[in-house]
Unconditional design. Structure first.
Ligand code: AMP
Ligand code: MG
Length: 338
C-alpha cells in the first residue's frame, strides 16, 4: 500500500520533470532517451527506504551511467540497512540492533551511523522538540493503528510517551557505541533518514564528479546542476495537490542544486468516523498534527529539508516560517482545505 503510493508519486514527479523539461521518458527502470547533444538515463530501485527511488542523470555515456548508478545504489543500500529500524542484517550493526538491545547493552556502530544519530539529536533541539527520533514507542502505536484501523487509547499513548525523551539515546564517540537506556523506548528515524540519505548521495556523487542529475527518494527530490541537453537551466517538479488523487498538482517548483521535501497528511493515513489519522505525530498531543495538509521545504541540503518539512508540518505557520528563515529555507504550504 505504502509502496504503491510512493511508486506513483515518484513516477509522477519524474514524468512532470520530463514533461516540463521537454524530454521523453517513461520513468521506468533502465530507461534512456537521447536529445540532440546528450543522453538522459534513469534507473529505479525498489529496495531502498521502503519506497521507490529513481535516479536520473543528464549528459553522460550509457556505460558510465550504469556504473555510477550501481555504485550509488550499493552505497544507499548500506545506509538503508544501517538505518532500518525493523530488520537486522548479517555482518552489519544498525538501528534494528540498537532497538533490539534497548535497555540492555551498547552496540558498536560505523562512524556514518554515529554522525547520523548526532544529526538526529541535534534535530530535536533545532526543531523545538517537534522532530524527535525517540518517539518510537508512540509512533509504533500509530503504525499498528493504521494496520488495524483501531485507535490507540489515550492511556496507552500516555504510557508510551514516558519513554520518548531524546536523552534516552546515548552516544559514546570514543567507544563508537550507541545505547538506548530504556527497554521500553525505541528509535523511529522515518522523519530524517531519507533526507540524510540524500545528503550522503550528493556527497558521493560530487566525489566522483557527477554534476547534473535528479534523485527522487520516494518524493524527497534532490537535484544537482541542470537538466543538461534539454535547453533548460532548472528542473521543474510538480507538487502533489493534497486534496486530489495522486498525480494531480497545481503547484510546481523550479530547482537547481536544491532539494524539495514534502510532509503531508495524505501520504499514510486511515479514517475513523470521518476523521483522518495520518503518520506525523505531534509530541505535545501524541496525536497526528492537525494544522496543515502539505508542507514542502526547499533547501540545498536534503537532510535539513526533510527535518524542516516534518517540523513545519507540526508548527503554526508563524513559528514554522520563523524556523525556516533561520535555515534559509523556502516553504510552500498547500492548506486550501483547512
Ligand atoms: P516525514 O514524512 O519526513 O514528515 O516523516 C514522517 C515519519 O516520521 C513518520 O512516518 C514516522 O515514522 C516518523 N514520525 C512521525 N512523527 C514524528 C515526530 N514528531 N518526530 C519524529 N519522527 C516522527
Ligand atoms: Mg521529514
Amino acid at each position: 500500500m505504502k509502496r504503491t503510493f510512493y511508486f506513483r508519486l515518484s513516477v509522477f514527479l519524474l514524468c512532470i520533470t520530463f514533461l516540463l523539461t521537454g524530454c521523453r521518458s517513461s520513468g521506468t527502470a533502465k530507461d534512456h532517451t537521447s536529445s540532440n547533444e546528450k543522453s538522459i538515463y534513469n534507473e529505479s530501485y525498489a529496495d531502498l527506504f521502503d519506497t521507490y527511488v529513481v535516479f536520473t542523470i543528464y549528459g553522460i555515456s550509457e556505460e558510465d551511467f550504469y556504473e555510477v548508478s550501481a555504485g550509488l545504489h550499493d552505497y544507499l543500500l548500506a545506509f538503508h540497512q544501517e538505518t532500518d529500524i525493523y530488520n537486522t542484517y548479517e555482518g552489519m550493526t544498525g538501528l534494528g540492533d540498537i532497538n533490539e538491545h534497548a535497555g540492555k547493552e551498547p552496540i558498536k556502530v560505523s562512524s556514518q551511523l554515529m554522525d547520523f544519530l548526532h544529526f538526529c539529536i541535534q534535530a530535536e533541539t533545532d526543531t523545538l522538540g517537534t522532530v524527535n527520533v525517540m518517539l518510537g514507542s508512540v509512533t509504533s502505536l500509530w503504525h499498528e493503528a493504521r494496520e488495524t484501523g483501531i485507535l490507540p487509547s489515550s492511556d496507552l499513548l500516555q504510557e508510551a510517551s514516558e519513554h520518548t525523551d531524546i536523552s534516552l539515546l546515548q552516544l559514546d564517540d570514543e567507544a563508537m557505541t550507541v545505547l538506548i537506556t530504556d527497554a521500553e523506548a525505541s528509535l523511529d528515524v522515518g522523519a530524517l533518514a531519507k533526507g540524510y540519505a540524500g545528503r550522503l548521495a550528493k556527497q558521493y556523487l560530487a566525489d566522483i564528479g557527477i554534476e547534473n542529475y535528479l534523485l527522487d527518494l520516494g518524493g524527497n527530490i534532490l537535484t544537482s546542476g541542470c537538466p543538461q541537453g534539454t535547453g533548460r537551466d532548472k528542473f521543474t517538479i510538480g507538487l502533489q495537490d493534497p486534496t486530489k488523487p495522486t498525480g494531480s498538482y497545481k503547484e510546481t517548483a523550479q530547482l537547481s542544486s536544491e532539494c524539495a521535501v514534502t510532509s503531508g497528511d495524505y501520504q499514510r493515513f486511515f479514517e475513523v468516523d470521518g476523521i483522518r489519522y495520518h503518520h506525523i505525530i505531534d509530541p505535545s498531543t501524541l496525536l497526528p498534527g492537525t494544522l496543515h495538509h502539505s508542507v514542502t521545504v526547499i533547501h540545498e541540503d536534503s537532510a535539513i529539508a526533510d527535518m524542516l518539512s516534518t517540523a513545519l508540518f507540526l508548527l503554526s505557520e508563524e513559528d514554522g516560517l520563523e524556523l525556516a528563515d533561520r535555515f534559509g529555507a523556502k516553504v510552500i504550504y498547500q492548506d486550501d482545505m483547512k
